[in-house]
Design a protein around this ligand. Structure first.
Ligand code: NAD
Length: 502
């Protein structure tokens, strides 16, 4: 089967309801990381294009058309988006797979998750009309209302391109905001399809805008511009710092979903087979290019040797292959540059004393066409060494060992990040105690990776600021306004009238 879409569409910026090319005619070629085949040619926005998109979103917000749509009707719109995504799941999944190289089945799951996200925010959009506050004074009527925050700059990464964008688009629209979306320059295709859906379903002009291109050019105005009220970013911590710093200049709201160095803690009394199997998933799904990957395996001493031996045995069996190869279990890394980064991470770990138990090599034979890196287990990793500190964002898991709850918690919290972690044990009390003490935004007990659109997602510490999903995920796109009415205005007498005229 060919993996090439062979489309050329160089009017792929969506600004003020029009599909336009980049103002300087710039384009970018997208290639499938699994085999290097050309996928699509898209527009590469200039700063001026992004500024134009911001101006369109600003004007649309200030006209107030979308915010004036009653919230339950905005919710209905999101439900229609979800229905469209479900109907066109395969088309969207194929586009995602061609850009990312991830297995088609994984992209199909992503599309289900995206539809579920739109459904969730569609359902809650009209549910919170604010609240009446008891002012403690019968002469006062006080209420708190939620308004859209305004123009939003939405910046998404390449690992779950449309899913991460959907976590932002759905609540932004539910709240009544307008936005400019900038997906990763590596994975634009599904964002283009999404904008077409929003256009076809009749979203008012300028409400949704799309710019494509490099972060420092097409993305930077979204954090810098005084016309943007909120910037919501998902990506690496280094970029997050740049965005937060430049957003500070105009004191806008900032939401950051950054990386993770996520502990997967296995107690000796855990279900061994389930824990090994899930440790593989935790580390190697999507070749570890998952912000919440279980990249730190932390195993209790009595079972550590047997556990790691079994993990290594199973990791060696993982079949790598192209996204349309039914026998493949995992795919390539996103780019040559990213594979270089993963390679450098492993090399440095080895220099610092780590031992490669399996993996640590590039794909061979047919796989040489793509950016494959074999599933890698590193043990003998010294505490404080770079392998335990830095995010690999590839198919690499480090092994640490511990004895007892206190040490498990100490190791689990020994990171600047705080996105997610897991605890495996058959002792329910122990799992709850440890879960409470871990400083991460999500804790799984006897599981790894599931998330729910109804439940908040986000990080402690260097993993970010704010939360996506759940009611808080909608709240990010709202401003709270307190309206206080004195229903019996009186002279206060605070500044008495002294009767003198100067
Ligand atoms: P990245 O930081 O390189 O890029 C993310 C996005 O930011 C891209 O669209 C990029 O073009 C843009 N960008 C880069 N510089 C910019 C700038 N100066 N101004 C505005 N935009 C800019 O990250 P990536 O390599 O695409 O994604 C991988 C990272 O994302 C990993 O660290 C991963 O952990 C993180 N991630 C986190 C979550 C989460 O939910 N916490 C989810 C997915 C990915």
């Amino acid at each position: 089967m060919t993996t090439t879409a062979n489309t050329a569409n160089t009017a792929t910026l969506f600004i003020d309801g029009e599909w336009v090319p980049a103002s300087d005619g710039g384009t970018r070629e997208i290639h499938n990381p699994a085999d290097g085949e050309h996928v699509v040619t898209v527009s590469e926005a200039t700063r001026a294009d992004t500024e134009k998109a911001i101006a369109a979103a600003r004007a649309a917000f200030d006209r107030g058309e979308w915010a004036a749509v009653p919230a339950p009707e905005r919710g209905d719109f999101l439900l229609r988006v979800a229905a469209e995504l479900r109907a066109r799941k395969d088309e969207f999944a194929r586009a995602e797979t061609l850009d990312t190289g991830k297995r088609l089945v994984e992209s199909q799951i992503d599309m289900d998750d995206i539809a579920a996200c739109f459904t969730y925010f569609g359902k809650i959009a009209g549910q919170n009309a604010g609240r009446i506050v008891d002012a403690g004074d019968p002469g006062v009527v006080s209420r708190v209302e939620y308004e859209p925050v305004g123009v939003c700059g939405l910046i998404a990464p390449w690992n779950y391109p449309l899913l991460q964008a959907a976590w932002k688009i759905a609540p932004a629209l539910a709240a009544g905001c307008t936005f400019v979306l900038k997906p990763s320059e590596l994975t634009p295709s599904t964002s283009i399809l999404m904008m077409k859906v929003l256009e076809d379903l009749g979203l008012p002009r300028g409400t949704a805008n799309l710019v494509l291109g490099a972060g420092a050019v097409a993305g930077a105005p979204l954090s810098e511009s005084p016309d943007v009220d909120l910037v919501s970013f998902t990506g690496g911590v280094a970029t997050g710092r740049i965005i937060a710093a430049s957003a500070a200049g105009t004191v806008k709201k900032v939401a950051l979903e950054l990386g993770g160095k996520n502990p997967n803690i296995i107690f000796a009394d855990a279900d061994f087979d389930a824990a090994v199997d899930n440790a593989l998933n935790a580390a190697f799904v999507h070749s570890g290019q998952v912000c919440s990957a279980g990249a730190r395996l932390i195993v209790e001493e009595p079972i550590a040797e047997r556990f790691v031996d079994e993990l290594v045995r199973r990791a060696k069996q993982i079949r790598m292959g192209g996204p349309f190869d039914d026998a493949a279990e995992t795919g390539p890394l996103i780019s040559a540059a990213h594979r270089e980064k993963v390679t450098a991470y492993v090399n440095k770990a080895v220099e610092e004393g780590a031992r490669i138990r399996c993996g640590g090599t590039w794909g061979t034979g047919e796989l040489e066409k793509g950016f494959y890196y074999t599933p890698t287990v590193l043990d003998n990793v010294r505490r404080g060494s770079s392998a335990l500190v830095d995010e690999a964002f590839g198919p690499v898991v480090t092994v640490e060992t511990f004895n007892g709850e206190d040490e498990a918690v100490e190791l689990g919290n020994d990171t600047d990040y705080g996105l997610a972690g897991a605890v495996w044990s058959s002792d329910a009390g122990k799992t709850q105690r440890v879960a409470r003490r871990l400083r991460h935004g999500t804790i799984w007990i006897n599981d790894f990776h599931p998330y729910l659109p109804q439940a908040e997602w986000g990080g402690f510490g260097a993993s970010g600021v704010g939360r996506e999903l759940g009611p808080t995920g909608l709240g990010e796109y709202q401003e709270a306004k307190h309206i206080y009415q004195n229903i019996n205005p009186q002279v206060t007498g605070w500044f008495p009238d002294h009767g003198k005229v100067n």
